[in-house]
Write a protein that binds this ligand. Structure first.
Ligand SMILES: O=C([C@H](O)CO)[C@H](O)[C@H](O)COP(=O)(O)O
Length: 185
């Protein structure tokens, strides 16, 4: 297959996967984002990259987001929102962080392949992205891609769609957001 054909096949997979995401759960997360004080995102590896992209856009819409593990990230408190992105829902460091976030009184939202995983079970809001696990275990949603790629791409699209929903609710546009874009790059 040519590279473009692979790209088009990936787009088909993403379209199919987006249709499997529970809209009601996503809306619950959007509402919680609107109410939250500080918002913390956590994720490891590629899932973590998508979480960081989400935090960046949340900053652009005027929210108060932080990436767990960054040196300037403050303390988490009651009334804050902790959003954990983990395909497996079992990544050890994220399990501990999720437990800690819960014990500190934050609302926990998890985006995962496995809602019954440790992280999925701990969360107040669990959004499932049905996709192949990074271990290769199937989820009835076939992919030509390796490991957790379909999950991680779907995660980025879901987060970008949440930003659009937030923009709609708050009458924001790209120009107003660009005013908050970094100007020291
Ligand atoms: O980087 C990753 C890997 O390349 C999977 O495709 C994962 O995102 C990382 O290992 C974190 O795993 P999960 O917590 O299960 O998302």
């Amino acid at each position: 297959m040519q590279t473009t054909e692979y790209t088009l096949e990936i787009i088909k997979e993403l379209q199919r996967t987006a249709n499997l995401i529970n809209e009601v759960k996503v809306e619950m997360l959007v509402e919680r984002i609107l109410e939250a004080n500080k918002i913390f995102v956590a994720g490891a590896g590629r899932s973590g990259f998508m979480a960081k992209s989400f935090a960046m856009r949340m900053m652009h819409v005027g929210l108060d987001p932080y990436v767990v593990g960054e040196t300037v990230t403050p303390n988490l408190e009651e009334g804050d929102l902790f959003i954990v992105s983990s395909g497996s829902g079992e990544t050890k460091s994220l399990v501990s962080m999720t437990e800690r976030a819960k014990s500190l009184g934050a609302t926990v939202a998890a985006v995962t392949i496995s809602p019954n995983s440790t992280i999925g079970s701990l969360a107040d809001i669990t959004i499932q992205i049905p996709a192949q696990a990074k271990s290769g275990e199937k989820a009835g949603n076939e992919t030509i891609q390796p490991m957790g790629s379909l999950f991680e791409q779907s995660l980025l699209l879901l987060y970008d769609a949440i930003i659009l929903r937030f923009m709609e609710k708050n009458s924001l546009n790209s120009n107003t957001m660009f005013g908050r874009h970094v100007n020291l790059e």
